[in-house]
Design a protein around this ligand. Sequence first.
Ligand code: PMT
Length: 399
Amino acid sequence: MLKGKHIVLGISGGIAAYKSAYLLRLLIKKGAEVQVVITPNGKEFITPATLAALSGKPVVSEFFAANTGEWHSHVDLGLWADLMVVAPATASTIGKMANGIADNMLITTYLSAKEQVMVAPAMDLDMWAHPSTQRNVATLRRDGVIIVEPGSGELASGLSGKGRMEEPENIVAAIESYFSKKETLKGKKVVITAGPTYENIDPVRFIGNYSSGKMGFALAEEFASRGADVTVVAGPVSLQCENGSIHRIDVTSAHQMYDACLSASRDADCVVLAAAVADYAPEVVAETKIKRENVEDMTIRLVRNPDIAAAIGSEKDGRVLVGFALETDHEEENAISKLKRKNLDWIVLNSLRNPEAGFMKDTNKVSVIGASGQEIRFPAKSKREVASDIIDTIMPSLV
Ligand code: PMT
């Protein structure tokens, strides 16, 4: 699985750096080509000579080679890598990665990396538990970095608790799992709706909702990272796609989303409807701005928008259809009713009663309910992790 894969192994300055030599050896034995990038502090814990001998390549640490003045290109390295693994990642390196503080080769390479980045933190238990570290780790997760959680046990300080870098064998298992997932949806076409729709009242006002598009975009990134051919039909949101392979269609209203989605999903294998589509739109849109002085009070007549999920559900034609249900009460009952009414294969229930779920949040807490009655409840996680759980759950219907 790792044969011929290009891996950048980033090593920062912690006592766990001694384990990186073993991690490097395991990767080389599995056929990976590994380029080590070490921080200046990393070299205090393990010598570049050891790492160069094990990898068969000179170790990169400085921006310029001291003897020749040759420039080490972090951009080339970032493009070369199929995966970058930072192990050990100290609290300082995690903080710099989370905040883009590019003062050494490891961080500049991270900022240039086009493919997946994985981080195996290593530090003392109090440093790991500190709100600042946890904030930085959450930022990395949000940025799509895979975190290989540290283990618990005896630490270099003599204390015992969570903070030990995960064992090299387990980091290799996480790397293999990443590469095996990356291929699983190759050749599958997935269409995802994301964000709100805006229904114009006049040229300056609209009816909308609080959806940020984060859930739909997290799904798009996760599907793309598994090799799927992804089209995201996005309402008005300020998000960017990280993965350059994602095809994006921007729309504003429910009617535009309906047209774009039905056309894009004609030959899709799977359609995921994460958008919060306005159910109603003003029957008449004023051509010019409605003036306050001219209207004492106002009634806007609303007409029903087309239901994208139900339209695709009525002619499913082998496509796997996944809807969302955002509920405030009678959650399961309402979600199951939508699942049946719209002829969905799966519905993802999130409740606004849960403070970690719903609009704009970076986290969500969902239950995934299948058409045959199965239900899996997940704890609150980042939206990217929720996307991963959703895809893992529906995978048997997809492959
Ligand atoms: O975007 P975020 O800020 O990250 O927030 C994420 C989210 C809360 C918007 C998302 O997790 C979510 O729950 N999306 C669906 C919200 C919703 O509108 O649910 P609903 O119960 O009204 O609709 C049920 C399903 O039918 C949804 O899949 C919806 O996309 C779809 N639908 C609804 C109306 C319509 N006209 N066409 C549709 O396709």
